[in-house]
Design a protein around this ligand. Structure first.
Ligand SMILES: *Cc1c(COP(=O)(O)O)cnc(C)c1O
Length: 246
């Protein structure tokens, strides 16, 4: 992909985000853009960084840490987000190299990440992945187990609990897209109330919904809950079509 295509794609995504903010009366500063760079080479991430992006999402540990190493010269200006399924034998690489982890769904993984996070780094920022109805995979904690996992995660010194994440199954039905994001937003509001009561020190930082992808970012923005921000995770609309996963 040429640099100008990337710049055009990025401008189009920003236009979509702004239009959704206008339509649904959401302040633009409450929407953050995470560029999902999985399967694309480090050079394209470099071009995207030059175009003004600083948050990048990766799904595969090995691919992610190779890209982080290849872009070490930009390390201080980039934020790397791990957004894929994580096996317990790979937690150390995430704890060592990433800034964010969006797909936390088990206490065991939370404990390992916390123990393995170097004290020299800021705590790893985490979102808990929730299995909302119509989830694209079996991933994510059930709504009934969510609160306990959030309370536990909020106690771990190497982690900083920031919000909730979901990956609903793609559907062209806007009402259905919105209902799933609304479900996540409702759970977010419940968890935040519980944190305010039981872990008040952790409540202010719990302010993020990681939801919305290339095909449904408008619906995610529409369902941004009061007092929270939304981070849309955009791959295809920025970088183009992906090759099949490695
Ligand atoms: C690949 C991926 C995305 C980006 O999806 P697009 O439809 O290409 O925007 C977002 N979130 C997760 C978890 C992904 O795996």
């Amino acid at each position: 992909m040429s640099e100008s295509t990337l710049a055009q794609n990025l401008a189009a995504v920003r236009t979509r985000i702004q239009a959704a903010c206008d339509q649904f009366d959401i302040e633009a500063s409450r929407v953050q853009l995470l560029a999902v760079s999985k399967t694309f080479p480090a050079q394209q991430v470099r071009e995207a960084a030059a175009a003004g992006l600083c948050d990048f999402g990766e799904n595969y540990v090995q691919e992610g840490i190779e890209k982080i190493a290849a872009l070490q010269d930009l390390r201080s200006q980039l934020h790397w987000h791990f957004i894929g399924p994580l096996q317990s034998n790979k937690t150390k690489e995430v704890a060592l190299h990433f800034d964010w982890m969006h797909s936390l769904e088990r206490e065991k993984i939370a404990q390992r990440l916390s123990e393995q996070r170097p004290a020299s780094l800021a705590p790893l920022k985490v979102c808990i992945q929730v299995n909302v109805s119509g989830e694209a995979s079996k991933s994510g904690v059930s709504a009934s187990a969510l609160e306990a996992l959030c309370l536990r995660t909020a106690e771990l010194p190497g982690l900083s609990l920031r919000g909730l994440m979901a990956i609903p199954e793609p559907t062209p039905d806007i009402a259905l897209q919105r209902s799933r994001f609304r479900e996540l937003a409702g759970l977010f509001t419940q968890v935040r109330a519980t944190l305010e009561q039981q872990r008040p020190a952790a409540a202010p930082d719990f302010n993020l919904l990681s939801m919305g992808m290339s095909a449904d970012l408008e619906s995610a923005i529409a369902e941004t809950p009061a007092g929270a921000r939304v981070m849309v995770r955009i791959g295809t609309a920025i970088f183009g079509l992906r090759q099949p996963a490695p």
